[in-house]
Design a protein around this ligand. Sequence first.
Ligand code: ZN
Length: 180
Amino acid sequence: MGLPRPSPRKMRQEHHKRAAYTGDLNWFFPDSQFADQEDIPGPAVCSRCHAYLETDHWLYDERRSNALRDQPDVHLTLCPGCLRVERRLYEGEVIVHHDWSEVAKTDALNLIHNEEARARATNPSARIALMEDRDGELYILTTTQFLAERIGKELKKAFKGSLKVMPLPRERFTRVRWAA
Ligand SMILES: [Zn+2]
């Protein structure tokens, strides 16, 4: 211990460094569960998806990931995105009301998956955690607010319709509603 307890404002700025603090200090930081992975030495691959870590960034390439998996010094771990899904750390919800034909629906699903891939390339924590096809609506949970918002904006761009983006006050969660 021996570290002074940071002020709430300071804590927020320190968010990205939290992963570096030792476990017994975690109670100082109520949302340290949001901290992404601690430093992993050497190459690592995600045991759940095809993400791999060689330098400072998680990347996605099935071939490279499989090649790394065979190396003796590789760490098998969960990438930041799979970790968030595992811990059920959802930050966004998208409800898509539609009366699409099968063709339009396929286009929309492609668009949504493309947005996930794009978000992941810059933030490995960004992931669609759940996507359910309910009666006349798609229900999507995302691990980042940004990804939920992006999906809504891209749907609006491609299919027009009406979009509502509602970040919850004082919470790390955004509700997005899009209707055709
Ligand atoms: Zn993963």
